[in-house]
Design a protein around this ligand. Structure first.
Ligand SMILES: Nc1ncnc2c1ncn2[C@@H]1O[C@H](COP(=O)(O)OP(=O)(O)OP(=O)(O)O)[C@@H](O)[C@H]1O
Ligand SMILES: [Mg+2]
Length: 233
């Protein structure tokens, strides 16, 4: 198992968001994480990234307990996070943003810029442009590219299609699938865009009020009552 989350409880101060949440992701698998607004998806990603500590429960990555591990050490063991709202450094150029990924993880001396450009040729054309002046879709590509530069074995993506035009969403989904295939990379992808998730993965969970309420294959999840309610909104 690449990642095992056992009964975690987490939140902000007195507010509990995740309640006894458990899930597992196999090596090389993409897990689709669905759920309505405010159900705890980003909070879960923050726990996995080490940005907030669960008050109970355990997180195990590649057979290692990481519940207490700070974010930069998680990057060093191969976990990278593409945060919601992109999170590029606007004042730095595209190339500098990419280099920050490599420096942050310290996992490899080898620069993966050529690979990033092979996935996202658009970034190659804009290496010296400051990231803040990229379009929303390009910033998203850059955020994923920076994640790749850390040489990860697991990538956490929080709503990568947020604010992106439908055609580009499908294109980005195709690239993510290619990265997953070529590198055998484990991924957790949080999405509101259900067709995008279904085009990427067969394994989905739905979060509701900080708990996993449905888990299974694409078919099982799409037939569930929770999904019907979710799509009806
Ligand atoms: N820093 C914070 N301090 C206090 N409460 C927070 C904080 N961040 C999130 N919350 C609350 O935690 C709950 C879960 O939020 P979270 O961001 O995990 O939801 P989400 O499923 O990612 O939603 P969305 O689909 O809108 O991104 C919400 O009720 C939110 O208001
Ligand atoms: Mg969120």
């Amino acid at each position: 198992m690449a990642l095992r989350v056992d009964n975690i409880t987490a939140g902000y101060g007195k507010i509990t968001v995740l309640r006894n949440l458990s899930l597992e992701v196999r090596e090389g698998e993409i897990l689709g994480l669905l759920g309505r607004n405010g159900m705890g998806k980003t909070t879960l990603i923050r726990c996995l990234a080490g940005l907030i500590r669960p008050t109970a429960g355990n997180i195990t990555f590649e057979d290692r307990q990481i519940t207490e591990l700070p974010p930069h050490e998680r990057a060093q063991i191969g976990i990278t996070t593409v945060v919601q709202g992109r999170g590029v450094f606007p004042g730095l150029t595209v190339r500098e943003n990419l280099e920050m990924g490599r420096i942050a993880s310290r996992r490899t001396k080898r620069s993966r810029i050529d690979e990033v450009v092979s996935y996202f040729p658009r970034l190659g054309e804009r290496m010296r442009q400051s990231a803040g002046t990229l379009s929303g879709g390009e910033q998203q590509m850059l955020a994923i590219g920076r994640g790749l530069m850390t040489d990860p074995t697991m990538m956490l993506l929080d709503e990568p299609s947020d604010g992106i035009m439908p055609m580009l969403v499908q294109q980005n989904a195709k690239i993510l699938k290619e990265i997953n295939h070529r590198e055998g990379m484990t991924m957790i992808i949080v999405e509101q865009n259900v067709p995008m998730v279904f085009s990427l993965t067969d394994h989905c969970v739905i979060l509701e009020k900080g708990q996993v309420v449905t888990e299974g294959t694409r078919d099982e999840v799409s037939r569930s009552e929770v999904m019907k309610a979710y799509l009806a909104i």
